[in-house]
Design a binder for this molecule. Structure first.
Ligand SMILES: Cc1cc2nc3c(=O)[nH]c(=O)nc-3n(C[C@H](O)[C@H](O)[C@H](O)COP(=O)(O)OP(=O)(O)OC[C@H]3O[C@@H](n4cnc5c(N)ncnc54)[C@H](O)[C@@H]3O)c2cc1C
Ligand code: SF4
Ligand code: SF4
Ligand code: SF4
Length: 371
């Protein structure tokens, strides 16, 4: 039976660990308590003696292919980028949601609607801290609205800028709180790797994933870890200060919106050095296992591109269009949704190609050469 010991050898030491937290969350949820996160957010043994060698942390790791066939079958996955029932482009009907949202505020509008109609009692989302994005179990409409956007909370000030600032939010950790609080009926919002882990947990019936009603995935070009020195270099080069940031949006570029209304656009390529190693090896751009996937690519400013992937996702979106979303006007450009889908498929292909090249480099020369 392969265990966490094998995850260290096959995933961590190869630089493939996404820090998704699946292994630690499972081991803690079931009260084995053999694993914990170290100070850098990396999973490690807390007490190796407590490991009962159940092998489940190994099976649910997104980098391990043992359950891939199973989750592909359940999701009716097909090449090149997973099942696509439909693609649309929309924004939230309410101006406050549009204003607070990263793109069109569609994710938040749907979460608020599901909450209002009693289909969920909360949502696992993200908020900011001085160390970057952190998981948040939002359990009221105010909290769901507060979670909108990809914020940069500068209230901590640059003087308190932590040694490390990460855009990655280890959202699976919030499952622990959900279980502790006994909250049922949750929507999970996360990156493609996190959705993959959740689907593997669901496939083998791991508690508390039975309480996750909806999986909403965000398109993902990668996540970044900045150290203060690197961030100062970016500030100097692009002429802004951290304290003046209102929000961050990750697309083909890393977009910094300043409180003054000015935008600083940093090409993603320029940030390759601060991209997490595992993100250079990741093949999933468009959250291929989600019920619905969301991103800004292919949509005009202020709109969200949406891919429905499951019948459940389709039903949720159809209702949302009736109640809380406004569709991009088909008459203005009949090809708009098709063009958005093309842009998404192109970004997916690019990410898969890059991952393949980087994996080959690792196999041939070792972790340090990728980028
Ligand atoms: C790290 C990251 C990389 C991304 N890369 C791309 C990209 O390359 N191309 C692209 O088109 N789109 C990308 N997106 C998605 C895009 O930024 C928007 O999240 C998406 O378009 C939904 O917009 P919205 O206005 O509908 O969402 P909103 O209504 O603003 O809701 C967004 C939801 O996502 C949650 N969230 C924010 N940050 C995180 C995080 N780090 N982890 C988990 N949940 C989070 C928020 O709490 C909120 O619930 C990325 C998102 C993230 C978080
Ligand atoms: S007890 Fe199971 S889940 Fe925990 S570390 Fe050991 S093999 Fe992994
Ligand atoms: S990728 Fe996730 S499940 Fe795999 S070792 Fe890293 S944190 Fe654990
Ligand atoms: S690029 Fe891949 S590994 Fe990195 S955060 Fe996004 S989905 Fe996860």
């Amino acid at each position: 039976m392969k265990t966490f010991f094998n995850l260290i050898q096959e995933v961590q030491k190869q630089g493939k660990c996404h820090h998704c937290g699946g292994c630690v969350s499972f081991c803690s949820a079931i009260n084995y308590g053999a694993l914990k996160f170290d100070d850098t957010g990396r999973p490690c043994y807390s007490d190796i003696e407590k490991c009962v060698e159940c092998g489940l942390c190994y099976m649910i790791c997104p980098e391990i292919s043992e359950l891939d066939k199973e989750i592909k079958k359940i999701a009716k996955w097909s090449a090149p980028a997973g099942r696509i029932i439909g693609t649309s482009v929309a924004c939230a009907k309410k101006s406050i949601v549009r204003k607070r949202g990263t793109d069109g505020g569609v994710v938040t509008a749907i979460l608020l609607h599901l909450f209002k109609t009693g289909r969920i009692n909360g949502a696992i989302v993200s908020k900011n801290s001085k160390k970057g994005s952190i998981p948040w179990l939002a359990t009221s409409k105010e909290e769901i609205l507060d979670s909108a956007g990809t914020h940069s909370d500068t209230s901590h000030g640059m003087a308190n800028f932590a040694d490390e600032y990460s855009t990655f939010s280890p959202s699976i950790e919030a499952l622990k709180e959900m279980r502790k609080e006994g909250i049922k009926k949750i929507a999970f919002v996360g990156t493609p790797c996190q959705i993959n882990t959740i689907r593997k947990m669901e496939a083998i019936g791991i508690v508390p994933t039975d309480s996750i009603e909806f999986c909403f995935g965000l398109f993902c070009a990668g996540n970044f870890i900045f150290h203060a020195k690197e961030f100062h270099q970016i500030e100097d080069k692009h002429g802004f200060k951290y304290k003046d940031i209102e929000s961050i949006n990750i697309k083909n570029n890393f977009i910094i919106n300043l409180e003054s209304g000015e935008q600083k656009i940093i090409p993603i390529k320029e940030l390759d050095v601060v991209k997490r190693t595992a993100c250079n090896l990741c093949k999933d751009f468009s959250a291929e296992y989600a019920d619905i996937s969301f991103g800004g690519i292919g949509a005009d400013k202020g709109f969200t591109s949406i891919i429905t992937r499951t019948p459940l996702g389709r039903a949720v979106l159809a209702e949302a269009f009736e109640k809380v979303l406004v569709s991009y006007k088909y008459e203005d450009n009949p090809k708009y949704a098709t063009n958005a889908e093309d842009a998404i498929l192109k970004a997916s292909r690019k990410k898969k190609d890059k991952a393949r090249i980087n994996l080959k480099k690792i196999e041939e020369k070792g972790v340090s050469v990728i980028g």
